[in-house]
Design a protein around this ligand. Structure first.
Ligand SMILES: *Cc1c(COP(=O)(O)O)cnc(C)c1O
Length: 410
């Protein structure tokens, strides 16, 4: 069963002699390779082998590795001040929040450190919203089959994936799981205690499953009808990944609340909850906090990532590269119809639904020095840096082709 393994694939066939240290808790099935350096779309292993990185640390390295702009932003800030806590104003936080507000639906931003924290904070915000409006009984959140929102106690309960819940004690209450990704199923789950509907615009871990724009539009209308908050989890899809700043823009709707993380830090841990002023009305002093959230180093890098993504032509470039990658993958599918079922996703968050076993293909790609990421539903994720070159796109697809050929001749 390969679903839900995230990126944590083991069994590489080109493993160094010694394995991972037993001192590190064994929660991941890691590939036995250590990367020493990165340059753009490439990671260089300790032995000097160069790997083409089409995983981007799971949609994190928006601008690739060691981008000079990000290195400069980080080192400049590192020479000034690293950390102050949120007891004081943080200049970079204010600037990044203002830039996010200027370019999205949001009026307010809360900074945290990861996707799970952003999702958990979004759930807290939704409950607090109804509390502030005098309806504390409205505290349940509707989520969808196949979703993923992180690994905290609340977010594993939100997703309801039995593999993630097993052995972790009582499941946190407050979530209603809908069995299909559609509006009527969500409507049937709405009750007097519903606070929010939470959805990923494309299910990432679940297998790059696109949510049709009509579903997002229908959920927006359903939320408006019932005074429910719409939480769109853009932790994986955000910050230019789909060729728009945020994926919900393709549907022409806006959420009330949006957790983000992964891509915004470009590799530095950074997350945020974006919300409208109305949705954030309950988040008054003392209601939520984080020691590290939006620390000066993190926001210095985040501000630079956002500026780069917002530059003229950047998003057009992502869309053009997406088209190119899809064309190359279509060619590959023509050559190997026995290996590929279909191509899914949007922008540079693409999924190759395989007919062959996912683990075998990911390992064979690794042997061709191409890094990819597993997802549910037997889908191999291709998530290159957004500044990947056309040559690298072609190179990656040729490596997948070589991996297929070797698998078939084995
Ligand atoms: C990765 C992910 C998360 C969790 O992010 P972490 O930083 O790993 O906690 C939440 N939601 C979505 C959609 C994700 O892809």
């Amino acid at each position: 069963m390969v679903a839900r393994q995230g990126s944590h694939w083991n069994m590489s066939t080109s493993a160094p002699a010694s394995g991972p240290s037993p001192a590190v808790m064994g929660t991941y099935g890691r590939i036995n390779v250590v990367f020493d350096r990165g340059e753009g779309s490439w990671l260089i292993a300790k032995g000097g082998e160069r790997y083409l990185d089409f995983g981007s640390g799971i949609a994190v390295n928006t601008l690739g590795h060691a981008h000079p702009r990000l290195v400069a932003a980080l080192t400049e800030q590192a020479g000034k001040v690293w950390h102050t806590s949120n007891l004081y104003r943080i200049d970079g936080q204010e600037r990044l929040a203002e830039n996010l507000v200027a370019n999205t639906f949001a009026d307010k931003v809360f900074f945290c450190n990861s996707g799970a924290e952003a999702c958990e904070g979004a759930i807290k915000l939704a409950r607090r919203y109804h509390f502030a409006k005098g309806n504390p009984e409205r505290n349940r959140v509707i989520t969808f089959e196949g979703c993923f929102h992180g690994r905290t106690l609340a977010t594993i309960a939100a997703a309801g994936n039995p593999k993630h819940l097993e052995g972790f004690g009582p499941e946190m209450p407050g979530f209603d799981h809908v069995a299909t990704l559609d509006v009527e199923a969500a409507r049937a789950a709405v009750g007097p205690e519903t606070a929010a509907i939470m959805i990923e615009p494309i299910q990432g871990e679940g297998g790059i499953r696109n949510v049709p724009v009509e579903v997002l539009q229908g959920l927006r209308a359903l939320c408006d009808e019932h005074g429910i908050l719409l939480i769109i989890d853009e932790v994986q899809t955000g910050v230019g990944r789909t060729g728009k700043l945020f994926a919900h823009e393709w549907a022409g709707i806006t959420p009330d609340v949006m957790p983000i993380a992964k891509g915004i830090g470009g590799g530095f841990p950074l997350g945020a909850i974006l919300a409208t002023e109305d949705a954030a009305q309950g988040m008054v002093p003392g209601t939520h906090g984080s020691t590290f959230g939006g620390n000066p180093l993190a926001v210095a890098v985040g501000a630079e990532v956002l500026d780069a993504v917002l530059e003229d032509g950047f998003m057009d470039g992502v869309q053009a590269k997406s088209l190119r990658l899809r064309q190359e993958l279509a060619r590959l599918q023509d050559e190997h119809p026995d290996m590929i079922e279909d191509i899914r996703g949007s922008g540079l968050l693409l999924g190759v639904k395989l007919k062959a076993p996912l683990g075998d293909v990911v390992n064979a790609c690794f042997d061709e020095k191409l890094l990819t990421v597993v997802a549910g539903d037997n889908v191999m994720r291709l998530i290159p840096p957004l500044n990947v070159t056309d040559e690298e796109l072609v190179d990656a697809v040729n490596r997948i082709g070589a991996a297929f050929t070797k698998l078939k001749s084995a």
